[in-house]
Structures are given as C-alpha cells and as structure tokens.
Design a protein around this ligand. Structure first.
Ligand code: SF4
Length: 259
C-alpha cells in the first residue's frame, strides 16, 4: 500500500484540482486506498519512488500530519460553521459534536469519546477532513445522489457496493430493525417517503444522509434495495472520498447496533 505522505510529497502540493480532487491530501488518500491511479496528478513523474508500507503505518503517518495541521488551525472560529460546540479539552480549544450517535471531542491532539477512548484512526482522518473543509452556512434542504456530484463516477460503484448493497442485503426482511438502529443514532423519519422506509441519519452535524429502503418481496421476486442521498451542499463539508467513507461507516454502525 503506498505511503500517503510520500504521495503528497510527489504532487505539486498546490491543491490545483487537476486530478479531480479538492486537495492533494484527498488525492493521496484515494491513491493509497487503491481507488484511483497515481497518474491522475500530472506533476507526479516518478511513481516508482512511492514506497510500500502497511495501511496502519500509512494511517498513523497521515494522522500525525493532520494533527500538526490542526495545531495551526483556528479551531474556535470553525465551531459554528461545522455545527459543533466550542469547549476546552486538556487546556486547548476543542469541538464537541455528534458523530454517528456518539458525542465526540475533537482537538488538535485528540479525537474521541468523553471516556478518553480514541476513535479508530480512519474515523479520526475523516473528522480532521471535516474540520479542514471549514464548511459553514445552512444546508440546502435539497437531496441529490452521489452521481450528481462532480468527479464522482469512480465512487458511485464503491458507494453501491460497500454501503447501499451491503445494508440492503443485511437488513433484507428487517425493516423495523433497520428503523430501530437508525433511531438509536438520532435519525429522523423523512416525511416525504416514497420507499418502505426513509430515514435521515445525522452522520455529522452538517453531513446528514437520507437512506431510502425498499424491502424485499419474495413472492414477487424483488430483492431489497437501498439508495443513499446527500444534501446538495455536502461537498462544502467533505470531499468525495470522505463522503463515501462516511456512508460506509454509517452502514457498519447500523449493522453493529443490530448485532
Ligand atoms: S493534480 Fe491533484 S494531487 Fe496533483 S497537485 Fe493538483 S491537486 Fe495536488
């Protein structure tokens, strides 16, 4: 697995977006995960220079880099825009907000629960991305599919396979159990529902996801189906990679709750 930091170093580090990603870091994370080709960045001339390290090493290197960036960020000024409360944690300004139904504290040195337990490194990377996007303002209230977002072609199938398809088969014939799992992470029923179940899951304060669930009908030979849609302003708060990853984490969380 390529080392994220080394990939970033090979880019022009100017966030020019020619690769289709909003930042060099988002591009490097995608390459590292094997989701896009390193050749998408026209500035990288020596891909063979990218070394091979384990995903765990890659995550911790990236986290170290992100924490250094967070130390230089004005966290206090970002709280309101991100829908978070400003608190003090271990003498430093920190954000407190709900992530998949749990209260999380985010500071430059720590992302975790009130108990002091740190989040999974992959979740920490996601939440630092949320911080650095520095989004603000109200959501649009309009819901759109991932395919309507720019540069999303390669990610639509990932979302379908690892989030929509997975949750559809896991909860086939279990509509009420899916509803209960959604409610336990503060989801709300969506009023204008044209499926068997429609729930708005507040994955992050400014990143809700609307989950449509059509249950299976064995008599008619229909398999269960899920469609996940996003607020039209979602890319003001996360990049496309992080959006898909957040959807995958939502699905894993709902499965965990049911089990
Ligand atoms: S093409 Fe992408 S990775 Fe390369 S410098 Fe521009 S934003 Fe960074």
């Amino acid at each position: 697995m390529p080392n994220v930091i080394e990939i970033v170093k090979l880019t022009a580090k100017n966030n020019c977006k020619q690769c289709g990603f909003p930042t060099c870091m988002a591009f490097a994370v995608s390459v590292s995960a094997g989701n896009c080709a390193i050749s998408l960045c026209p500035y990288i001339k020596i891909p063979q220079a990218v070394s091979v390290v384990s995903p765990v090493d890659s995550d911790s290197l990236l986290l170290r880099e992100l924490k250094a960036r967070a130390r230089a960020a004005d966290i206090a000024s970002l709280a309101e825009g991100l829908g978070a409360n400003l608190v003090v944690y271990q003498g430093r300004p920190a954000l407190r907000f709900c992530y998949l139904g749990s209260d999380i504290t985010l500071s430059a040195d720590f992302i975790g629960y009130e108990t002091g337990l740190e989040l999974d490194p992959r979740d920490q990377i996601l939440l630092y991305n949320y911080l650095f996007f520095a989004g603000s303002g109200p959501l649009s209230g309009n819901w759109i599919g991932l395919e309507s977002l720019p540069n999303s072609i390669s990610k639509v199938s990932t979302l379908r396979r690892y989030a929509e398809g997975r949750i559809a088969s896991f909860f086939a014939g279990k509509k009420e159990q899916l509803k209960a799992a959604c409610l336990s992470i503060n989801a709300m029923p969506f009023p204008d529902c044209h499926a068997d179940l429609c729930m708005v899951v507040p994955v992050l304060p400014k990143v809700p996801m609307l989950l449509y669930f059509w249950d299976e009908d064995r008599d008619e030979g229909f398999e269960s189906r899920v469609k996940i849609v996003f607020d039209a302003r979602v890319m003001d708060f996360l990049d496309i990679e992080s959006i898909v990853f957040a959807a995958e984490r939502m699905v894993e969380k709902l499965e965990e709750i049911y089990l």
